[in-house]
Design a protein around this ligand. Structure first.
Ligand code: HEM
Length: 127
């Protein structure tokens, strides 16, 4: 459980930093910080995958949830890496919003998985 607690804390920090930097990028400022944002994004994906794996190997862990972290993480990375080439023009905001929502999905999924694991652990300790 300790590993998941640490991983979810890391996830919160990297998503928050990626979000802040992403919003700064959105305003058209600090384009030179794009690589920093991308590294934070990649760390976000790796942390989500680690959460999926760790819970998957726990007793009573869920394979579908582990798979979900891999699928969501992969989509976040692919959209993040290629978004600048998609819907170039006035409709580009659609991709930007999708990218933001995917980023927020990562934190939602990570938090949900860790909360589920903690509940399961508590239940096995009280029975
Ligand atoms: C592998 C993961 C990620 C990669 C490669 C990535 C890459 C990028 C790139 C290249 C941009 C600039 C796009 C442009 O200037 O048109 C951007 C913008 C942005 N990113 Fe990410 N990002 C990732 C993850 C995240 C995460 C986890 C969040 C957190 C919520 C996030 C939030 C944003 C926001 C709000 C913007 C500004 C709006 C936009 O252009 O979409 N990104 N990202």
């Amino acid at each position: 459980m300790k590993a998941l607690t640490i991983l979810v804390m890391i996830l919160r920090v990297v998503v928050l930093l990626a979000l802040i930097l992403g919003i700064v990028l959105w305003t058209g400022n600090a384009d030179n910080l794009k690589p920093v944002h991308m590294i934070l994004g990649i760390l976000t994906v790796l942390t989500l995958w680690a959460i999926g794996l760790v819970q998957g190997f726990q007793k009573g862990g869920s394979f579908p949830l582990a798979l979900a972290t891999f699928v969501v993480g992969l989509i976040v990375a692919i959209v993040g890496l290629y978004q600048e080439q998609w819907l170039v023009g006035s409709a580009h905001w659609v991709i930007q919003v999708i990218h933001l929502l995917l980023g927020l999905t990562v934190i939602g999924l990570g938090e949900m998985i860790v909360a589920r694991s903690k509940r399961r652990l508590k239940a096995t300790m009280t029975t």
